[in-house]
Design a protein around this ligand. Structure first.
Ligand code: Z5A
Length: 213
């Protein structure tokens, strides 16, 4: 049985319940003996967290779409260099809260940036590295926004109109359809117990596939 390090990402719209789901995946992987680190984007490094503040805060509300895109990839370059690649090289699995699928969804779908330009940056920054498995928490936009309402002061993304999130969701779903081997879609519209039950089965299947456990 070969234990090759795996790169797992979790994606989803606002209010999808990513935080709860990430904790559940981490617990299940650790309980199965997987050595892993958890991290997030944008962020995951000291410089990346500073970039996150620029991206999510309101100091630069009129930021150009291309600037936003390049800042996402600048944070990602640092993250890959300092955290993700070293962990994978050590044999640790990496569980990451969002990655480049979010760039396709939000900057590509939401902002309308040409996907081919995102692909160019993806190749430049990541080379051939792509996530091995991606959990997509899918739910209707309105339901997610209702759940997220009432949290702290909305960040720069949370202030976008519903059409922005509709386009992001459509992009996520199209990507999942195009890569069924990588994506596992979790129905995040269900109550938390329902979500966690589907998730547990999905993580078990992933572990079977990877570890033959
Ligand atoms: N972004 C980008 O544009 N491009 C990129 O390349 C990357 C990111 C990497 C920050 O991400 C922003 O960055 C993000 C996209 C952009 N903006 N948006 N939107 P983030 O991941 O840090 O931020 P977030 O999307 O706001 O996620 P979050 O706060 O970590 O989690 P969440 O999915 O919104 O869910 P939650 O906080 O776990 O749950 C929300 C509420 O719903 C909470 O009260 C829960 O108790 C409740 N909840 C959760 N699940 C359920 C169920 N099943 N039933 C009932 N209630 C529930």
């Amino acid at each position: 049985m070969t234990r090759t390090a795996r790169f797992i990402t979790v994606e989803g719209l606002e209010g999808a319940g990513k935080t709860t789901v990430l904790n559940a995946i981490e617990a299940q992987l650790r309980a199965s003996g997987v050595d892993l680190i958890t991290t997030r984007e944008p962020g995951g490094t000291s410089l990346g967290e500073d970039i996150r503040e620029l991206l999510l805060g309101h100091k630069h509300d009129g930021m150009a779409d291309d600037t936003e895109l390049l800042l996402m990839f600048a944070a990602r370059a640092e993250h890959l260099h300092k955290v993700i690649r070293p962990a994978l090289d050590r044999g640790q699995w990496v569980l990451c809260d969002r990655f480049t699928d979010a760039t396709y969804a939000y900057q590509g779908g939401g902002r309308g940036i040409d996907m081919a330009r995102i692909e160019t940056l993806e190749r430049f920054v990541q080379g051939t590295l792509r996530p091995d498995h991606t959990f997509l928490l899918d739910l209707p936009v309105k339901q997610g926004l209702d759940r997220a309402a009432g949290r702290s002061e909305p960040d720069r993304f949370e202030k976008q109109r519903e059409a922005f999130f509709d386009a992001a969701r459509a992009t996520y779903r199209a990507r999942a359809q195009a890569e069924p081997g990588r994506f596992r879609i979790i129905d995040a519209s269900r109550d938390l117990n329902g979500v966690l039950a589907q998730l547990q089965a999905s993580v078990s299947a992933l572990l079977d596939e990877e570890l033959g456990a």
